[in-house]
Write a protein that binds this ligand. Structure first.
Ligand code: FAD
Ligand code: SF4
Length: 493
């Protein structure tokens, strides 16, 4: 499928009357502004700390136009080089400026099948926005906020009214996609567009992977995800839930007995890592995955209306400094903990979490204990009573470029708490070997070439199960790339 798109193509997009843009801005108003970026309205921190509603509220049409006005519409848009899927950033912003919202949606969706998701959770500050020419002299254009605005404008229309490119004629070929996270969804969408019959096998009862069970409702409302999946179903993608491949069937059977011509594996890498310190088996210790899954996915916050309980800690320690730790801490706040503290071995400056997430967490009352390395979890009668930490200082940079934490002898301290949530990363599940016997890396991930080909020419893979824990947009990029390689394979076989 050609990636080129013309104004004529876009002219055929029809939308209903809802949320139509305001009259065109005058040419004078469109002169780019060098002033700082426009803030996005948010729920008040005191209020949002007690609810699971979305924290950020999105740009109004006026704010979106004012922010779009800051874009210089560069001849060579450097921002696009920072986007892992190469979104046509200049053009989708340019269409906001001319009040042509259908065209803006079409430009955006040309390269990104899940813009409402990416507009909310992508780390734009280290991707497209870091490459925006304005970032060199001040503040980058708020590309992520504009992406969300355009995607939400699209979502305010019914599925039938929304822009979707016409899929290619049916090829008669069948592809199985294992896992419905962002990698699987992006691959499925791309293959369906190319005319192939796609069936997604998902072990859980609903789709989306981490987008569903990990990222909390207050950052990514589940209705948005349901909407994106409904768009794929409309495109003809079939979803089989509660079907863990490797248990009932496996890749060989799908290919040799079930009649699939190719397979994409996007099963993520969700096996939690622990600290391997004494006391990790005490009651009150959670992996971040278990805690977030119970609260966000199984509605533990609404127990007993929903039947999955969760221990509601009073004094909660969250170990880690990434986005997952922020999600766990902010969820614990909303579950009613009196005190939530992030415990991190380095300082805030080295935290891998998005600056925005840390800022939001602190606004909601989360405390940070920097330079503390947990060495044991203390307990009484089987329950957590404290986290024993050793104080650290920063040494020379390690392989990641961040300064290495070095333990300070004799600095141990026990911080009283009743809950410890461990958010120090995940790894590939051994179950991958039950799905397929293709080559694995030394660390147990699927080994692929850069287009997602495994050692079996009929089997492709992408996302966290190839790269290790990464980001939504990288998983989507891998899914799209593999879809192109699968398309190529099907054309030749
Ligand atoms: P996953 O999203 O893990 O999806 C894999 C799917 O495969 C799951 O649905 C799983 O149930 C299914 N599956 C597994 N085994 C089988 C099987 N045998 N048969 C069938 N189905 C199977 N990234 C960002 O860019 N921004 C963020 O803000 C962000 N926040 C995060 C917050 C949390 C709490 C977590 C855990 C991660 C976060 N990430 C974030 C990372 C991002 O979500 C992942 O990198 C991304 O989801 C990986 O996508 P994936 O498709 O490879 O795998
Ligand atoms: Fe606009 Fe920045 Fe991209 Fe230039 S680099 S087109 S100013 S977003």
């Amino acid at each position: 499928m050609s990636d080129e798109i013309s104004r004529d193509d876009l002219g055929s997009v029809e939308y209903g009357a809802t949320a139509a843009p305001e009259p065109a801005a005058s040419a004078e108003r469109r002169r780019p502004s060098r002033e700082g970026r426009h803030a996005m309205p948010e729920q008040d921190p005191q209020r949002r700390a007690h609810n699971f509603d979305e924290v950020t509220l999105g740009y109004t049409p006026e704010l979106a136009r004012a922010e779009a006005d800051r874009c210089l519409q560069c001849k060579n848009p450097s921002c696009e080089g920072g986007c892992p899927v190469g979104v046509h950033i200049r053009d989708f912003i340019g269409a906001i400026l001319t009040d042509d919202m259908p065209a803006s949606v079409a430009w955006l969706k040309k390269r990104n099948a899940l813009p409402a998701v990416c507009g909310r959770v992508c780390p734009q500050e280290s991707q497209c926005e870091s490459q925006c020419i304005l970032a060199k002299r001040g503040e980058a254009v708020a590309i992520g906020r504009l992406e969300r605005y355009v995607a939400d404008w699209d979502r305010s229309h019914s599925l039938e009214e929304r822009h979707s490119a016409e899929p290619a004629p049916a090829s008669g070929r069948r592809v199985a996609v294992i896992g419905s996270g962002p990698a699987g969804l992006a691959c499925a969408g791309e293959l369906a567009q190319r005319g192939h019959a796609v069936e997604v096998f998902e072990s859980l009862h609903t789709g989306g992977g981490v987008l569903a069970y990990g990222i909390p409702e207050f950052r990514l409302p589940k209705a948005i995800l349901a909407d994106e999946i409904a768009s794929l179903e409309r495109l003809g993608v079939a979803f089989h839930y509660n079907e863990p491949v490797g248990k009932i069937t496996d890749a060989r059977e799908l290919l040799e007995s079930e009649g699939f011509d190719a397979i994409f594996i996007g099963i993520g890498a969700g096996l939690p890592l622990f600290l391997e310190i004494p006391g990790e088996n005490l009651n009150g210790v959670y992996s971040s995955n278990e805690f977030l899954t119970r609260v966000n996915f199984m509605h533990a916050a609404n127990f007993p209306t929903y039947d999955t309980p969760v221990w509601r800690g009073h004094e909660v320690m969250v170990v880690g400094g990434g986005n997952v730790a922020m999600d766990a801490a902010r969820t614990a706040v909303r579950m009613g903990a009196a005190q939530v503290t992030l415990v991190y071995r380095r300082t805030e400056a080295e935290m891998p979490a998005r600056a925005e997430e840390l800022h939001h967490a602190k606004e909601e009352g989360v405390q940070v204990r920097e330079l503390c390395g947990p060495i044991a979890i203390e307990g009484n009668t089987g329950w957590v009573t404290g986290l024993c930490v050793q104080h650290m200082e920063l040494g020379e940079p390690d392989a990641s470029g961040r300064r290495r934490p070095v333990a300070v002898e004799g600095s141990e301290e026990v911080i009283p708490c009743d809950t410890v949530i461990i958010a120090v990363g995940t790894k590939a599940h051994k179950q991958v070997a039950e799905i397929t016997d293709v080559k694995l890396t030394d660390r147990g991930y699927l080994a692929t070439d850069e287009d997602g080909r495994t050692s079996d020419p009929r089997i492709y893979a992408g996302g966290d199960i190839v790269t290790g824990a990464a980001t939504v947009i990288l998983a989507m990029g891998a899914g799209k790339k593999a879809a192109a390689a699968i398309d190529d394979f099907l054309a030749k076989s």
